[in-house]
Ligand binder design. Structure first.
Ligand code: TIU
Length: 220
């Protein structure tokens, strides 16, 4: 057991039953020309967390712990993309349209893949998900049960959308959830702060929050 200084109080980490979940660190959200930018966002904010996220992944790899990566993406025929998702708003390109990194948010296209700096290594789990949450329509729940995981450390983008959605469901499923605050980011700074505040309020109603250094120190 290791103690991590966290908000709102110390997190007691059991490394043998802990996994890291890195949410959607895909070129489509982080690089110009992808889904994030088509929605009107400044993607440079998200690029800035790549080094801290790499350090966090490195600390899990050194400790020999489970690392899971997710990708938000859809089948080429869009059969798993609800029209309500594709037709929402007025992006410059919609899901499935051809962009500079291939078809937007489509599995197998360059844009849907994970940024090179954080690329999964052999043995790590990669989960493609059609929704914002990583449990909906995926095998994540079964994988965590099979591995007897009880605690989840979260990183990735965006804090208040896919990270928070997944963390809330993980919390409902009984996992103790810890968010790595400098390895997550939003296109909207106020939303990141609000999400962290909402997660940690009321005695860790959804989970805890700590820095990458605090988590890495406990692991290595
Ligand atoms: N991964 C994720 O958060 N998907 C999003 O669509 N996020 C936005 O903030 N748009």
């Amino acid at each position: 057991m290791a103690t991590i200084k966290a908000r709102p109080f110390d997190f007691t980490l059991d490394p043998a039953r802990t996994a890291l979940i890195v949410i959607d660190m895909q070129r489509d959200f982080i690089e110009p020309g992808g889904f994030g930018e088509t929605l009107g966002n400044d993607v440079s904010r998200l690029q800035a967390i790549v080094p801290a996220t790499a350090r966090l992944i490195g600390s899990f790899r050194r400790a020999g712990l489970t690392v899971i990566h997710t990708r938000e993406c859809h089948a080429p025929d869009l059969s798993d993309c609800p029209p309500a998702k594709r037709e929402r708003g007025s992006p410059t390109l919609r899901i499935g349209d051809a962009g500079p990194m291939g078809r937007i948010l489509i599995a197998g296209e360059d844009g849907a893949d994970i940024v090179p700096e954080l690329y999964p290594i052999p043995g790590e789990i990669v989960i493609d998900k059609p929704g914002k949450g990583a449990f909906y329509a995926t095998g994540l729940g079964e994988i965590l049960q099979e591995k007897d995981i009880r605690q989840l450390v979260f990183a990735g983008v965006t804090t208040e959308v896919c990270v928070q959605t997944t963390m809330r469901e993980a919390n409902d499923r009984g996992y103790e959830c810890l968010l790595a605050v400098d390895a997550t980011e939003s296109y909207f700074p106020a939303f990141k702060q609000a999400a962290i505040d909402m997660i940690t309020a009321q005695g860790a109603i959804v989970g805890w929050a700590a820095s990458v250094d605090q988590i890495a120190e406990a692991l290595n």
